[in-house]
Design a protein around this ligand. Structure first.
Ligand code: PRP
Length: 205
């Protein structure tokens, strides 16, 4: 079995192009990228979501990192990667000026990988909370705000957190579902020539 899967920039680009055809049906008003891994796919995807004659879809970035217990002492393995640290969040003040808030919008959350699903669950539930608070404050509870998800890869494995069935059924776009292996993205490569050669050998170019 191949231990690590290598993906070239071209391959990622093509995955975004292919997925955009389906994501267009959702008609996203805004992309919320989970940084850092979601940033490059978000930007590529936007190119393919652009409709002639209309503006580019705005991209906002939130920073989420999984807190891992790396101590040498004994620790409960099931807890590893469970805690999400919020390093950056939306500036609703700035967003409101340009965008009239998230209420009633179609919001596409983008990340590169859905591994244990902890990060995506956190992102959706926290954003839903924020939108609900805003809607209550502005008395706009009748407007329907929808969330969708795009990832390059969904790892086929038991997840540690769930997403709402309506998202999973209708608005969850994973370009590929892959086995639970080590995924190597080009932006992590120290030697991009070697990386790309591996991707070509594996057919992910
Ligand atoms: O499905 P999960 O188990 O939650 O894992 C997926 C998350 O893990 C990685 O983020 P990481 O915290 O490593 O930060 P990075 O994106 O800045 O590399 C990746 O970018 C996803 O956001």
């Amino acid at each position: 079995m191949v231990e690590k899967l290598y993906f070239s920039y071209n391959h990622i680009h093509k995955l975004c192009k292919e997925s955009a055809a389906k994501i267009k049906e959702f008609k996203p008003d805004i992309i919320i990228s989970i940084g850092g891994g979601g940033n490059i796919p978000s930007r590529i995807l936007r190119t393919f979501l652009k409709q002639q004659g209309s503006k580019n879809i705005p991209i906002q970035v939130i920073g989420l990192s999984l807190y891992e217990s790396l101590g040498t002492g004994s620790y409960d393995e099931s807890q590893i990667g469970k805690e999400v640290i919020r390093t950056q969040w939306l500036d609703f003040g700035a967003l409101d000026q340009h965008f009239d808030s998230l209420i009633g919008k179609n919001i596409l959350i983008v990340d590169e990988v859905d591994d244990t699903r902890t990060t995506l669950h956190y992102a959706v539930s926290e954003l839903e909370k924020d939108v609900k608070e805003q809607a209550e404050r502005l008395n706009r509870l009748n407007e329907d705000t929808k969330f969708a998800i795009f990832v390059l890869h969904n790892k086929d494995k038991p997840k540690k957190a769930e997403l709402e069935p309506k998202i999973i059924q209708d608005r969850y776009y994973a370009a590929r579902t892959v086995p639970d292996q080590w995924l190597c993205y080009p932006w992590d490569a120290e030697d991009i020539e070697f990386h790309t050669e591996q991707a070509i050998k594996q057919g992910y170019n």
